[in-house]
Design a protein around this ligand. Structure first.
Ligand code: CTP
Ligand code: ZN
Length: 153
């Protein structure tokens, strides 16, 4: 926590998860990926905060929510720079970085309009073919989609 007299721009939480260093333009994608629209516990978020590293960043604070690594890594598709802070009794007890997973199931849409997954009611499957500049390859039609063109459900 900041120990000088600057105020936190979004209130501190007692217990839960703070997802920090999200590129501002990815905030709503991260909310989508994690299904936070349906969350029943306290959530606060802010965007377009100053960040030395990213220029501009967004933050999501989730009270009483602790993710599985599997869920966390989904964020890496759109926000590989994101950092998770696990908060217990107001203290940061753990910091986690996100890792781009090897496969992606049911989060992204295939960019090929002719792909079977865009015509049948089925779950999409991709292999991650590049982790640095994230690109995913459709298991069904082999079309490669990069993050800029990635559509998240
Ligand atoms: N935080 C919070 N509630 C707490 C403690 C921390 O919301 N009870 C938030 C802080 O506002 C910050 C993030 O969790 O956004 C990480 O906290 P901290 O490690 O104290 O901040 P920094 O050192 O700035 O983190 P970084 O490693 O990202 O530079
Ligand atoms: Zn496809």
């Amino acid at each position: 926590m900041e120990m000088n007299d600057k105020k936190l721009q979004v209130s501190a939480i007692k217990n839960g998860t703070v997802i920090d260093h999200i590129p501002s333009n990815c905030l709503f994608k991260v909310i989508n990926i994690l299904g936070l629209q349906k969350i029943q516990t306290q959530m606060t978020f802010g965007s377009n905060f100053e960040s030395k590293r990213l220029g501009s960043k967004a933050i999501i604070k989730l009270a009483d929510v602790f993710f599985k690594d599997n869920d966390i890594n989904k964020i890496a598709l759109v926000a590989p720079e994101a950092k998770l802070n696990i908060i217990k009794d107001y203290e940061v007890v753990e910091k986690k970085i996100v890792e781009v997973p090897d496969t992606v199931t049911g989060i992204a849409k295939c960019g090929n309009p002719k792909c079977i997954t865009n015509h049948e009611n089925m779950i999409t499957r991709f292999n991650v073919v590049s982790k640095k500049k994230v690109a995913i390859k459709c298991h069904y039609c082999e079309k490669i989609t990069d993050t800029e063109h990635m559509q998240i459900f």
